[in-house]
Design a protein around this ligand. Structure first.
Ligand code: NDP
Length: 454
């Protein structure tokens, strides 16, 4: 059985690479998930006999469409839009929309694939999907963002619905973009329903959704630390990024007594050994979309390092000595060099806030060197879980208080930790949350697929 499982995994990974050439991030996500499922395949041959791997690595539906919009100079611009509806075995398609120039089909598929298992881990009835466009929102006027969002929705609306597919935000998509998308959906369908999450609080949004991914990430880190008898209080933390996930990770860490000494954006890194000021960060990044270098002009004892001064092949933030690292910006932002720096400087935990921020060799190095590792699909699942809480409030036409939603988020985060920990232990890998999270998420989806027939 050992050989059969190994051969089945290798054969599927090879096939994915051959059938999806150039989609490197997708290969990476599939390799990571399938390799970690070996202990399950060895004890449960039904996943091989039912050919689940061959099915699960192909999206149920991939929609690729043209998005034309008029810029402020009345010149027509064209982008590509995507929605990858990957797997609906355990529920309605759910996953964010990303607007970033790096978006391509491979990135959409890696994100959608990860989303399947993340959503399954929450224990809620949500399937996996992801979407977005190579549109770059940076430097665009409000009118240009509006016209892009309307054009994007002109095609997307026919593929989504409150009981079919409910997109949310991701990189480049916040409350403003969700508002423009929702407005156009309503205009096209004449329906006011919960077709998107991350909505404004006055028109169906949920309290805590904005904070949920960051808060959930910290709740998860707290569980991991508790398992080795440590707590967040007093820990020095580096949080990469300064977007939605990073900012609310910083806020929750500070409220629990941690000292957040560094964060970053796509242009540079800010560092202050005594801790960063959350209100200034919100003012600069969330409210005014400014660059982090402005922070050093306000807090003059802070040190700003622009990307051009980073050491070759590394991110400056991971060379700063810290106890806890929260990669919360984007994929593959923590490589082997960065992992070596973290280990050399005594980091005890890497807690993934972003999706797949750590490269495969960096992950292996961290684990082999005794660093606790919280994988994204478990650590950042609080965002999608709270999206589902928004859907539940919309469909029952109720509204829960901040405390109520936060309590549910905490419970879900704790449950995800428990299921990942217990599953790893069940297969003899106690403490390996990658194996635990992947097996637990996969098993739920695969069993549903088998039950529902082909
Ligand atoms: P935002 O767009 O709000 O913020 C992204 C941040 O990362 C920004 O500070 C941005 O810099 C920085 N960044 C983006 N790309 C790069 C890059 N190539 N190099 C360096 N820095 C970069 O996105 P979110 O905070 O929503 O998402 C961050 C991560 O978390 C993503 O991986 C996303 O998929 C994941 N995630 C998000 C969830 C959510 O609820 N929002 C839920 C689960 C996962 P700058 O400010 O200069 O643009």
């Amino acid at each position: 059985m050992n050989n059969q499982a190994r051969e089945y995994i290798d054969k599927t990974i090879e096939k994915v690479k051959t059938q999806n050439p150039f989609e490197l991030e997708f290969h990476q996500a599939v390799t990571e998930v399938l390799n970690s499922l070996k202990p399950l395949l060895e004890s449960e041959p039904k996943y091989i006999t039912n050919n689940i791997f061959e099915r699960i690595v192909i999206p149920e539906r991939t929609i690729i469409f043209r998005v034309c919009w008029m810029d402020d100079n009345s010149t027509m611009q064209t982008n590509t839009g995507y929605r990858v509806q990957f797997n609906s075995a355990v529920g309605i398609y759910k996953g964010g929309l990303r607007l970033h120039p790096s978006v391509n089909l491979g990135i959409m598929k890696f994100l959608g694939f990860e989303q399947i298992f993340k959503n399954a881990l929450t224990g809620l009835n949500i399937g996996g999907a992801k979407g977005g466009s190579d549109f770059n929102p940076k430097g665009k006027s409000d009118g240009e963002i509006l016209r892009f969002c309307q054009s994007f929705m002109n095609e997307l609306y026919r593929h989504i619905g409150a009981t079919r597919d409910v997109p949310a935000g991701d990189i480049g998509v916040g409350a403003r973009e969700i508002g423009y998308l929702f407005g156009q959906y309503k205009r096209l369908t004449a329906n006011f329903d919960g077709v998107l999450t991350g909505k404004g609080l006055e028109w169906g949004g949920s309290l805590v959704r904005k904070e949920a991914t960051g808060y959930g990430s910290v709740y998860f880190a707290r569980s991991v630390l508790a398992s080795v008898g440590k707590e967040i209080k007093g820990m020095r933390c580096c949080v990469s990024g300064s977007g939605n996930v990073a900012l609310y990770t910083i806020q929750k860490l500070q409220s629990l007594g941690a000292i957040v000494i560094a964060c970053s954006d796509s242009k540079g890194t800010i560092y202050n050994e005594h801790g960063l000021d959350f209100n200034t960060l919100i003012e600069l990044k969330e409210l005014n979309d400014m660059e982090l270098k402005e922070y050093a002009k306000i807090h003059t004892k802070s040190v700003y390092t622009p990307t051009k001064d980073y050491a070759p092949n590394s991110r400056h933030i991971w060379s700063i000595a810290c106890d806890l690292a929260f990669p919360s910006a984007t994929q593959n932002e923590l490589n082997l060099n960065d992992a070596k720096n973290l280990v050399a400087n005594g980091a005890i935990l890497v807690n993934e806030g972003a999706n797949m921020p750590t490269t495969l060799d960096a992950t292996e190095y961290l684990i082999n060197n005794g660093v606790l590792f919280a994988p994204a699909k478990a650590a950042n699942a609080g965002g999608v879980a709270t999206s589902q809480l928004e859907m539940a409030q919309n469909s029952s036409m109720t509204r829960w208080s901040f405390e109520e939603v936060d309590k549910k988020l905490l419970e879900i985060s704790n449950n995800i930790y428990t299921i990942a920990y217990d599953t790893a232990k069940e297969f003899g890998y106690e403490g390996n949350l990658i194996i635990g999270a992947n097996i637990a998420g996969f098993r739920r989806v695969a069993d549903a697929m088998i039950t529902q027939g082909i």
